[in-house]
Design a protein around this ligand. Structure first.
Ligand code: ACM
Length: 260
């Protein structure tokens, strides 16, 4: 299975420009699955819901429609973060769309810092999708710091964790190596690059998008600033064997009676 991530620098408030860049960078991408960053069509650093309104989309609206078109055009599944509005609520959401038309929406469970003032906490619960011969699991950025996110997805059978991110802290890339090892899964973290300013606020994103394998090897990693599509071939079946030694099964050996 040929999987990749698109690392780029979305421009705050400039949806058209962002969609054009995504469309162009994914042209002839020759992948089965490509993961894009969190909120990659709108930018991230909003100050109010008023600013978010015109950039938001429903789960069957213009932004999912855009990704569906690209998925069909390139014959690849796409996972991407976008700004979802449902009734009066804004969600920091992630769409999975396959060339077959299968679509899943995941709403970020763990909101980070000022997102708590702008978004509703995700109410979808963790989601998986069967795609080709693999099972995908979905997570958004700060979900990484709660090992329960990756564990829940892995217990449900996910073999490839598709992680859309707008990272500002320097820890996640290292932590995702551990998420791979402790769940014996592949992870694809698609982070963004660049600096956003809005009034007096400023954030710089850390890049270094990466793909890790079930042994914690980094198969490919971007640098801190480049805009790039990086792709590798993986065998998702490797993630199905949860035996760590002949006598240790990663999930069956858990002692749940001693856990909080
Ligand atoms: C983050 O969750 N965007 C850090």
């Amino acid at each position: 299975m040929r999987v990749g991530f698109l690392q780029f620098n979305p421009q705050l408030f400039h949806e058209k420009q962002n969609l054009n860049k995504i469309s162009k960078m994914l042209q002839n991408c020759n992948t089965d699955l490509v993961v894009l960053p969190e909120l990659c069509t709108s930018g991230y650093l909003f100050k109010s819901n008023i600013e978010m309104e015109s950039l938001s989309s429903t789960a069957d609206g213009r932004i999912p429609g855009f990704f569906k078109n690209i998925s069909e055009r390139e014959n690849t599944a796409i996972v991407a973060g976008f700004l979802e509005k449902d009734e009066e609520l804004f969600f920091n959401s992630q769409i999975f769309v396959a060339p077959s038309g299968n679509q899943v929406i995941y709403r970020k469970t763990h909101l980070f810092f000022n997102e708590k003032d702008l978004f509703s906490p995700g109410n979808s619960g963790f989601k998986i999708a069967h795609y080709n011969d693999a099972i995908l699991g979905f997570m958004v950025c700060f979900d990484w710091i709660f090992p329960e996110s990756a564990r829940t997805l892995s217990l449900r059978g996910a073999e490839i964790l598709c992680h859309s991110a707008n990272l500002v802290l320097p820890f996640c890339q290292k932590a995702m190596i551990t998420r791979s090892i402790e769940n014996h899964v592949f992870t694809i973290t698609s982070n963004r690059v660049g600096t956003e300013t809005n009034g007096t606020q400023e954030l710089t994103f850390t890049g270094m998008s990466q793909i890790t394998d079930p042994s914690g090897n980094i198969l490919v990693r971007a640098d801190k600033t480049e805009e790039v599509l990086l792709v590798v071939d993986i065998d998702p079946e490797v993630a199905r064997n949860k035996m760590i030694t002949e006598k240790n099964h990663l999930f069956e050996d858990r002692r749940k009676e001693f856990y909080e």
